[in-house]
Design a protein. Structure first.
Length: 447
C-alpha cells in the first residue's frame, strides 16, 4: 500500500515539474524589428534568439510561482563559469534583465525551482551581415555539371555554446535562383525555367550547372528576410558550358518492328533515322555506329556528323549507335555521350508458296507472295510453261495476283525465278514452280 502511495506522489511530482518547466518562459524584446528565434536546442532547453542591433534589448522571465526573487546568470562558453546578472523584478512572477551583451547565454535560477533550467542565447545579427557583392561564379571550380559562387568576403559563422560548453553553428538559409533549360520528353524539346535552390553557405555549396547563359541571384539569409534588410546580389552574365543531350530513333524502312535498348530485331535493309536534341551550348554532333561482332568495326566505327542522320543497315549483326555532343572547340572538355542504342539485323530467310488460287477466295491465298526476312536487291519473274514472262516485280512486299494484261491466267503450273542479296552480301537465286488453282464454276475472263 505504501509503495502505491509513493508511486502516486512520484507521478504527481513529474506532472508538477513538467507543468512548471512548460509554463515558465523567456520573452526577448528590443533591437530593430521583432527578435527572431533562430533555433531551439531541445536537449538543453536552450532557445537561440537573433536581434537586429542591441538597442533596448531585454529579456524577461515569467515563472509559475509568485513571491520569489529571480537570480539571473549568464555564461560565455559554459555554465561552470557563470556570472551573476542584475535584474529588475517587474511583478511577483516576472523579472527583466537589461544591458544585454551579444554572444552570451542567459538563464534564471529560481529558489525552489527545478534543477533543470531553461536558457536563452542572444545574437546580434548586425555582426553577421553577409555581403556577397560583388557576386561571381568561381572560375577555378567551373565544371561541366556543377558551378560554385564566390565573393569578396567570407561568411561569418553564427555560433553559440550550450550549457555544457559544446559549440553549435546555426544553419543559414539562402536562395540562389537562375534561368536554365528543362527537357520535356512528351514535346521533344527544352523549355526555359527558373531554378531555385536553397543553400547554407553560398560560397561552399555546389549548384547544378545551367544549360543556358544566365545570371545568378542570391537572396537571404532567413534573418535578413525576417528583418526586411535583404540585399540581393547578382552575378555578371555567366556563359554556360554544360551540355545535355536526348535522342530518339525512327525506323523508316518498309518494316517497322521497332528499335530500342532491348535489341528488337529488324529485317534488312532497315533505314533508321537518328535524332539528337541538345541545349544551345552544343554545336557539334558526332554519331558513331558499329557492329559488335566485327572487331574492325568496333575499333573504327562509322562516323556521321549532324543532329539528325539516316543510316541503312543491310548486313546481319548486332549494331550499336550513339552520339557524342560537344560545344565550340574551347568547350570540348564538356562533351557528353548519349545512351547507346542496340539494333539487331536478322539473318536472311526467303520462301515461296507452291500453290495459290487467284480470284477464288479474296484475301486468302489469292496472291503469290514470298515470305522473307533481310532480303536486299530483290527481283522476281513468273514464266508460263513455254518460258514466256507473265509477271515481274522488285518489291518483296508485293506479289502476283494471277493476272496478265488484266486477265487471269489459265490454271496450271507456272515457274518463278527470284534473285536477291542476302544479309551477308552474297547474291542468291531461288527457283521453283507454283500451281495456279481456279474453280470451274468461276467464269472470270482468262487469257
Amino acid at each position: 500500500m505504501l509503495r502505491k502511495d509513493y508511486k502516486r506522489l512520484g507521478i504527481l511530482f513529474v506532472f508538477l515539474f513538467i507543468t512548471w518547466v512548460g509554463w515558465a518562459q523567456y520573452t526577448v524584446r528590443g533591437g530593430s524589428g521583432e527578435p527572431m528565434m533562430a533555433e531551439e536546442n531541445t536537449p538543453y532547453r536552450l532557445q537561440v534568439y537573433v536581434v537586429n542591433g542591441m538597442n533596448d534589448v531585454e529579456i524577461s522571465y515569467t515563472s509559475s510561482t509568485a513571491g520569489d526573487t529571480h537570480q539571473w546568470y549568464r555564461y560565455k562558453a559554459t555554465t561552470s563559469q557563470k556570472e551573476k546578472v542584475a535584474s529588475t523584478q517587474d511583478s511577483p512572477t516576472t523579472s527583466t534583465v537589461r544591458n544585454i551583451e551579444e554572444g552570451y547565454g542567459y538563464y534564471v535560477e529560481e529558489p525552489g525551482g527545478p534543477i533543470l533550467y531553461r536558457y536563452v542565447w542572444l545574437m546580434d545579427y548586425s555582426k553577421y551581415l553577409f555581403e556577397a557583392n560583388p557576386l561571381r561564379v568561381a572560375e577555378s571550380t567551373i565544371s561541366c555539371t556543377k558551378v560554385q559562387l564566390t565573393g569578396e568576403e567570407p561568411m561569418k559563422a553564427m555560433q553559440y555554446y550550450d550549457p555544457d560548453g559544446r559549440l553549435h553553428t546555426i544553419k543559414r538559409h539562402f536562395v540562389v535562383s537562375y534561368t536554365t533549360l528543362q527537357w520535356v520528353e512528351a514535346e521533344k524539346r527544352f523549355v526555359q525555367i527558373t531554378h531555385q535552390e536553397e543553400v547554407h553557405n553560398p560560397f561552399n555549396d555546389l549548384l547544378p550547372a545551367p544549360l543556358m547563359d544566365t545570371e545568378f541571384t542570391l537572396r537571404g539569409d532567413q534573418f535578413a528576410e525576417h528583418f526586411k534588410i535583404e540585399r540581393p546580389a547578382v552575378t555578371d552574365r555567366y556563359l554556360a558550358v554544360a551540355i545535355e543531350v536526348h535522342t530518339d530513333t525512327t525506323v523508316i524502312s518498309r518494316e517497322t518492328p521497332g528499335i530500342s535498348g532491348s535489341g528488337a530485331s529488324l529485317s534488312s535493309p532497315a533505314t533508321v533515322q537518328f535524332r539528337a536534341y541538345a541545349n544551345p551550348v552544343a554545336t557539334m554532333f558526332r554519331w558513331k555506329i558499329w557492329n559488335e561482332e566485327d572487331e574492325d568495326s568496333v575499333q573504327n566505327p562509322l562516323v556521321r556528323q549532324g543532329e539528325e542522320i539516316e543510316y541503312t543497315f543491310d548486313r546481319e549483326g548486332n549494331y550499336k549507335a550513339e552520339v557524342e555532343v560537344s560545344g565550340p572547340t574551347s568547350l570540348t572538355a564538356c562533351a557528353v555521350t548519349s545512351e547507346t542504342y542496340s539494333i539487331q539485323i536478322d539473318q536472311t530467310y526467303l520462301d515461296a508458296p507452291n500453290v495459290f488460287s487467284p480470284g477464288t477466295t479474296p484475301g486468302e491465298n489469292d496472291v503469290f507472295k514470298v515470305v522473307y526476312r533481310s532480303v536486299n536487291n530483290f527481283k522476281g519473274w513468273i514464266f508460263n510453261r513455254w518460258g514466256v514472262e507473265v509477271f515481274k516485280w522488285t518489291d518483296p512486299e508485293q506479289g502476283w495476283d494471277g493476272k496478265k494484261g488484266g486477265k487471269y491466267v489459265p490454271p496450271g503450273a507456272y515457274y518463278y525465278v527470284i534473285e536477291y542479296t542476302d544479309s551477308r552480301g552474297k547474291k542468291r537465286v531461288k527457283k521453283g514452280d507454283v500451281n495456279v488453282v481456279r474453280s470451274k464454276t468461276i467464269h472470270d475472263a482468262v487469257l
